[in-house]
Ligand binder design. Sequence first.
Ligand code: FES
Length: 158
Amino acid sequence: MEAKIQTIIDKYGADKGFLVPILQDVQKEFKYLPREALTHVSVYLGVPISRLFEVATFYKAFSLTPRGKHELSLCLGTACHVRGAPLIGDNIERTLGIKAGETSSDLEFTFETVNCLGACALGPILVVDGEYHGNISITKSNKILKKLGKKVQIDEEN
Ligand code: FES
């Protein structure tokens, strides 16, 4: 891990002005900001670890806990909510065996809910690994989960 972090720091010339891009690269590499990585960045940039935690918690893109290989975000904004998003969320939680905001123990999936993705006309919306899926239904979400390797029963009626 240390060598990878050092490569990222060197890429930015160990310049503390590039703190956010450095943390973005660390997040991209490990899918979260491991404590060990933050300590390393803190020492090499001469930035207090408390400042790193401030930045890490300020930006939603950063995570201090491990993320799954696949990330699913379901919109629960008003427009998506009235079109049945909560039922889809319940089904995803049941299928993955985790609650919204959690990561599966095999680190395959992270599921979270969000408020309005700005594409209400296409709701309900499920974002899977950065790709938007509109007019999502239980069946459609099951098909997506199946494609990602999850065992699910597909009911064509839903
Ligand atoms: S409420 Fe879901 S995209 Fe706006």
